[in-house]
Design a protein around this ligand. Sequence first.
Ligand code: SAM
Length: 225
Amino acid sequence: MLTYHVISLFPESLTSYINESILSRAQEKKLINIKTYNPRDFAEITGGWRKKVDGKPYSGGPGMVLLPGPVLRAVAKAKGRASTKKKFKIIIFSPGGTMFTNTYAKNIVDKKITDIIMICGRYEGIDARVKKILKAEEVSIGDYVLTGGELPAMICMDAISRQIKGVLGKFESLEENRVSSHEVYTRPEIFEYNKKKYKVPEVLLSGDHKKIEEWKMKSKQAENK
Ligand code: SAM
């Protein structure tokens, strides 16, 4: 079983997607497990009534930076709850990190990683010493800046989990195990919109599997150009 330990200041933002997706079924089947840890639960009360999780950046600038202490204590808790086999990976989400791809997702499963700790940043990011101390890998999900690491965590959990045998209805559903095209059609055969008729490509109705596969390959190549 692969356990995701998500370190996030907003763990509730993850729950609706987790509960209504393949991630929920995968948990029921005990193929994956998702645990969340809020750094605020590991913060110290400093002066005021609120547990402090962030501070102003040295050298100035806008936005706050997540304090190393609460994040590291949350990670320590996650490590303590990791499976006994302990094949860890620690990821810090950052727009400047290694690009997350399907190959990256597949490698995690092939390497039989048992526990992935995913640290979600917020505001200006996480104190850089966290990465050094944990020897964590920075991972980006795309060349754009989001407000937090929760969406990246969900995207990675989804893409990694569907690589685990048994998570999808049929393992053959994995796109890379079959000829699949991004151009797909369903009923009706002719769809009318604004007085114009849109037809399903003839070949898909032919029942000729060889021709259909060739068409899918061609349409995929055209899309990838
Ligand atoms: N100032 C930071 C920088 O330039 O790297 C950006 C901080 S961003 C507003 C807040 C957090 O969202 C980041 O710490 C990171 O965890 C997450 N994040 C934003 N965009 C991301 C992306 N493309 N991939 C992965 N994580 C991202």
